[in-house]
Design a protein around this ligand. Structure first.
Ligand SMILES: Cc1cc2nc3c(=O)[nH]c(=O)nc-3n(C[C@H](O)[C@H](O)[C@H](O)COP(=O)(O)O)c2cc1C
Length: 201
């Protein structure tokens, strides 16, 4: 069975519009690919700690001892072995919530998700052919005047290059907090784009 990893960084839980959009995408995707199993990682439920000095020291100690099968690296292995990855995260402060950064720091482990070849060049070690970021934003950061301020999707796309994940996709519902716009209509339009994407992803 092909593992699909769903990284859920929707801090508002079932209140989250991003999670609503992600669940819609996953429902359509699952109907189209009944042979693929989806593993959800709810980052808020997992309460991952930042890499405080003692956490980092323990990670370095295990890594230097070659103990890459230690449970501390389980998340990194799961990410590296996933066939496809879906990340759902709302747009916060021009980026994504800190809980997702903590997760990304945890899974970015040399010799698991990325490494170096004999010439010292970085190479990605992840199996996934594609990663999809699903997000919703209060404003519209897809426009020429505002897109330069967007840091979350850009960071994840760059990380995909580092991890060796060939395709980065973005599904964003923009402008949901704009009082001049109909948030529900925007969300439904994004759900239609999600249905189209589910056929290609
Ligand atoms: C802590 C926080 C920070 C936010 N920062 C931004 C921001 O920088 N730009 C923006 O357009 N919207 C921002 N928003 C609005 C959210 O992106 C928007 O409401 C989104 O739909 C929330 O997703 P959710 O319903 O999945 O939680 C922020 C919301 C919160 C709670």
């Amino acid at each position: 069975m092909e593992p699909i990893l769903f990284v859920n960084a929707c801090v508002r839980g079932e209140q989250s519009r991003t999670l609503r959009l992600a669940r819609h995408f996953l429902k359509t995707y699952a109907a189209l690919h009944p042979d693929e199993e989806i593993y959800e990682r709810d980052l808020c439920a997992r309460r991952l700690e930042p890499q405080y000095p003692e956490v980092l020291a323990e990670r370095d100690r295990l890594w230097e001892a070659g103990k890459l099968s230690d449970p501390l690296f389980d998340e990194a292995h799961r990410f590296a072995e996933a066939h496809k990855i879906v990340v759902a995260a709302p747009f916060w402060d021009l980026n994504y919530p800190a809980i997702l950064k903590i997760y990304l720091e945890r899974i970015s482990v040399c010799d698991i998700t990325f490494g170096y070849d004999d010439a010292g060049r970085m190479k990605g070690l992840c199996q996934a052919g594609g990663l999809l970021l699903i997000t919703t934003r209060g404003g519209d950061f897809s426009l020429p005047g505002s897109s330069w301020m967007e840091m979350g999707a850009r960071h994840l796309e760059a990380l995909c290059a580092m991890y060796g994940i060939g395709r980065f996709h973005l599904l964003a519902a923009e402008g949901l907090d704009d009082i001049n716009l109909d948030a529900e209509a925007l969300l439904h339009a994004a759900m239609e784009r999600a249905d189209a994407l589910a056929c290609q992803f």
